[in-house]
Ligand binder design. Structure first.
Ligand code: ADP
Ligand code: ADP
Length: 218
């Protein structure tokens, strides 16, 4: 579903991602694990065509993202939580996102239900807790009912209850057959959430294995 081959990204003298190759299998949760600065966000951005690789290739759903037909219906992403919260109500925020992506407005209340925010949808998202903000970001990613989901550090900074909520939501989405690629700097959290792990350090692949194999060998 997602395939990186020799992916490299340099910023001037800085190598953020180096010769990274991995495959994200359909229908599974793949945890993308590495410490802060390892290159996770850079990789996510290249998958989404927001950053150009210096060399190598990455495809999603068989195409480079920018050539993917109907991309918002195929791939949903939660990148930076800060991008979400504004003075608009949560519902209006999602209406705008739907409008921009050509997605029918009826999807707005559907995704509010999925992330459990329907009751507070009339409130300004500025006043939301971090966990609610992340759920709103996930709602935006779900608008197009995509089969492939990319979540960058969705549980970062959340309390245990918020972490559990999002972990269970990801498991539910995967049980519906969706493919999830989720990053975290917390190996312990990804071992509880994911089926498969892609581990990077300093921009390079450190491990690519099932969670079961990881637990048996560590
Ligand atoms: P992670 O998401 O794993 O924390 P990032 O992909 O954000 O890591 O960053 C990887 C490395 O690339 C870091 O050293 C970071 O400082 C660097 N980096 C990321 N984006 C840029 C940029 N736009 N310009 C320069 N360096 C960058
Ligand atoms: P519907 O008759 O409800 O549109 P479809 O077979 O067209 O059913 O769509 C199947 C799924 O895709 C549904 O979950 C629907 O919500 C979603 N969907 C349909 N059309 C769109 C669209 N234009 N944008 C995003 N999601 C859509």
């Amino acid at each position: 579903m997602i395939e990186a081959r020799g992916l490299t990204k340099t910023y001037g003298a800085k190598t953020a991602v180096y010769n990274l190759s991995f495959t994200v299998q359909p229908g599974l949760i793949t945890g993308f694990v590495g410490p802060n600065g390892a290159g996770k966000s850079t990789t996510m951005r290249m998958i989404l065509g927001l950053d150009e690789p210096s060399s190598g290739t990455v495809t999603v759903g068989g195409h480079p993202y920018r050539k993917l037909p109907n991309a918002p219906r195929q791939v949903g992403a939660l990148l930076d939580a800060k991008a979400v919260h504004g003075g608009r109500s949560a519902r209006n925020h999602l209406r705008c996102v739907a409008q921009l992506s050509g997605i029918p407005q009826r999807r707005v209340d559907e995704v509010l239900d999925v992330v459990g925010l329907r009751e507070v949808a009339g409130r300004r998202s500025k006043g939301f807790s971090l966990g609610m903000g992340q759920r709103l970001g996930i709602a935006g990613a779900l608008l197009g009912d995509p089969q492939i989901l990319l979540f960058d550090e969705p549980v970062n900074g959340l309390d245990p209850e918020g972490i559990l909520w999002i972990r269970n939501l990801m498991k539910k989405l995967a049980s519906e057959g969706r493919t999830i690629f989720v990053s975290s700097h917390l190996m312990s959290e990804m071992a509880l959430t994911a089926d498969h792990l892609v581990v990077i350090g300093r921009g390079q692949l450190m491990a690519d294995m099932s969670v079961r194999d990881f637990i048996n060998t560590h």
